[in-house]
Design a protein around this ligand. Structure first.
Ligand SMILES: [Zn+2]
Length: 208
């Protein structure tokens, strides 16, 4: 049986690293609180933090749109040329008898990051304009759950490693999509870094 525990000390949290309890009800704007025992960052408050989140997640989504529409890279070897786009990679994997790999690539590289970013954009807009809605709590839960399932950085490191190998076998021209995906990965990481779990849930509680 699940029991919901009521909490009178709303702004008390346990340090995620060493479990020491802190009251974070009065952290001034533009400052951060770290654990006195282990030094773990507990929370960080910034001016215009929701506007920052809106700008970062929107920029990342625009870069994703460009990355999905233009050529990722072009290979030429022994007179043969081949152009690759991100959606075509998924289709080629499917056609060449690797449907599971196609689904995994599409999900972790394109679909889940796009869904997470769209949800962050909507949540940050709700927070920015102080719209009172229970939707914000649903978004908050989903974002912090799905966050660990998007592997943008892992994919990008994989691409760079493969590039080094491919350039030994064929001449490679990097397309617009490659640079757009690089920027997307960067914006994605910055968007995730801009989300302060404690401050987000404090705002979610006030709005829902
Ligand atoms: Zn600690």
């Amino acid at each position: 049986m699940e029991t919901e525990i009521s909490n009178d000390h709303k702004y008390s949290i346990a340090c995620p690293s060493c479990d020491l309890i802190y009251d974070l009800s009065e952290v001034p704007v533009n400052s951060s609180a770290t654990c006195s025992r282990c030094g773990h960052l507990l929370t960080q408050t910034r001016e215009n933090e929701f506007l920052r989140g809106v700008c970062l997640s929107f920029s990342a989504l625009v870069m994703m749109l460009i990355a999905s529409s233009y050529p990722f890279m072009q290979f030429s070897s022994a007179g043969l040329e081949n152009m690759m786009t991100l959606p075509r990679t998924v289709v080629e994997l499917w056609i060449n008898g690797m449907p599971w790999l196609a689904v995994i690539v599409a999900a972790f590289i394109l679909v889940i990051p796009s869904i997470v970013l769209t949800m962050i954009l909507v949540m940050q807009l709700i927070m920015l304009y102080d719209v009172k809605t229970p939707l914000v709590a649903i978004l908050g839960k989903a974002i912090f759950h799905l966050n660990s399932w998007s592997m943008v950085e892992v994919f990008f490191v994989g691409v760079l490693v493969s590039l080094v190998k491919i350039t030994k076998m064929a001449s490679v021209v990097l397309g617009v999509s490659f640079w757009a995906y690089s920027l997307f990965a960067l914006f994605f990481v910055f968007t995730m870094m801009s989300l302060d779990r404690f401050q987000c849930w404090k705002k979610i509680e006030a709005l829902s």
